[in-house]
Design a protein around this ligand. Structure first.
Ligand code: KIV
Length: 285
C-alpha cells in the first residue's frame, strides 16, 4: 500500500519545481471517499459545498460544525490514502480565536488532518492560533462562497489591477501566517498565475485557470450528479445522474410488472418444510 499523503508533502508541491499538479476532489461520505481515493486524488476536501450538493440548500451558509464533523467522520471511515481536509463552515471561525480552535479540533477529532478556512488578513489571528494548536490550515481566497451575500452573488473576483494586487498581498499574508496551501476560486487565470508565482506554497484552483499548482472540483459536478447548475469552470466526466435515473426507473418498472424479485433473488425453505407448510396451509382453508 502506498503511504498516506501528508501536509508537509502537499506544502512542498510546486509545479514550477517539477512536481505534478495536485488533485483535490470533494467527498462527503465513505463510498464517495473510497471512489475519490481509488481514483488517486491527493486530497479529499470535505467541503461545506455539502450544504448545496448533498443537503439541498441554496448556499453554503446553512451547515454547522456538527454537520461537517458528521460527514468528515464518514469520509475518515473509508481510511483514504489522500489527505482529508475539513472545511470550517461559516461562523465557526469568525467570533473568536478560542471558538475557532475548538471548532477545528472537532473536525480533527472526526478525522480531518487539517482544516480549510476562507478569507485573507482578517483571519490571521485565527490561523496563527490553529497552527499553534498543531492544526494545519489551508487558506481559500477569491470567490469565497461564504461571502456570497457580501459579494452580492457568486461573482468572479479580482478583475481589476487593484483587486488582483490585493489578492496577491492577501495570499502572501496567509503564507506568512503559516498556511500550507491556498485554494484560489473564481478569479481570472492571469491573476491566479500571479498569485501562484508569488508563493512558495501550492495554490489549488477552482475556476482559476491552468496555472495553479493543483485543481479542485466538487464530486457531484465531476460525475454529473448535480445537473441543476453547471458553472463554466466545471468539466463533467460522466453523466451519473442519467445512468442512476435509468437504473432506478428499470427497478420501478420491474416491481410494477412483477419481474422483481425473481426466484434467485428470494430465500427458500428446504423441500420437506415447504411441503409440510403447504399441507398446513391447505388444512387451514
Ligand atoms: O466546499 C467546497 O467544496 C469548496 C471548494 C469549492 C473549494 O470549498
Amino acid at each position: 500500500m502506498t503511504k498516506p499523503v501528508t501536509v508537509p508533502a502537499i506544502a512542498a508541491a510546486k509545479v514550477r519545481n517539477g512536481d505534478a499538479p495536485l488533485v483535490m476532489l470533494t467527498a462527503y461520505d465513505a463510498p464517495g471517499a473510497r471512489m475519490v481515493d481509488e481514483a488517486g486524488a491527493d486530497l479529499i476536501l470535505v467541503g461545506d459545498s455539502l450544504a448545496m450538493v448533498v443537503l439541498g440548500y441554496d448556499d453554503t451558509l446553512q451547515v454547522t460544525v456538527d454537520d461537517m464533523a458528521h460527514h468528515t467522520a464518514a469520509v475518515a471511515r473509508a481510511k483514504p490514502r489522500a489527505l482529508i481536509v475539513g472545511d470550517l463552515p461559516w461562523m465557526s471561525y469568525h467570533v473568536s480565536v478560542e471558538e475557532t480552535v475548538r471548532n477545528a479540533a472537532q473536525l480533527v477529532r472526526a478525522g480531518a488532518a487539517c482544516v480549510k478556512l476562507e478569507g485573507g488578513a482578517e483571519r490571521i489571528p485565527m490561523i496563527e492560533a490553529l497552527i499553534s494548536a498543531q492544526i494545519p490550515v489551508m487558506g481559500h481566497l477569491g470567490l469565497t462562497p461564504q461571502s456570497v451575500n457580501a459579494f452580492g452573488g457568486f461573482r468572479v473576483q479580482a478583475k481589476s489591477t487593484e483587486a488582483a494586487l490585493r489578492l496577491v498581498a492577501e495570499a502572501k499574508a496567509l503564507q506568512h501566517a503559516g498556511v500550507f496551501a491556498i485554494v484560489i476560486e473564481g478569479v481570472p487565470d492571469e491573476v491566479a498565475a500571479l498569485v501562484t508565482e508569488s508563493l512558495d506554497i501550492p495554490t489549488i484552483g477552482i475556476g482559476a485557470g491552468a496555472s495553479c499548482d493543483g485543481q479542485v472540483l466538487v464530486f457531484h459536478d465531476v460525475l454529473g450528479i448535480e445537473d441543476r447548475f453547471v458553472p463554466k469552470f466545471v468539466r463533467r466526466y460522466a453523466d451519473v445522474k442519467s445512468v442512476a435515473v435509468a437504473a432506478l426507473k428499470a427497478y420501478a418498472d420491474d416491481v410494477r410488472s412483477g419481474a422483481f424479485p425473481d426466484h434467485s433473488e428470494s430465500y427458500h425453505l428446504d423441500e420437506e418444510t415447504s411441503t409440510e407448510l403447504a399441507l398446513y396451509g391447505r388444512s387451514t382453508d
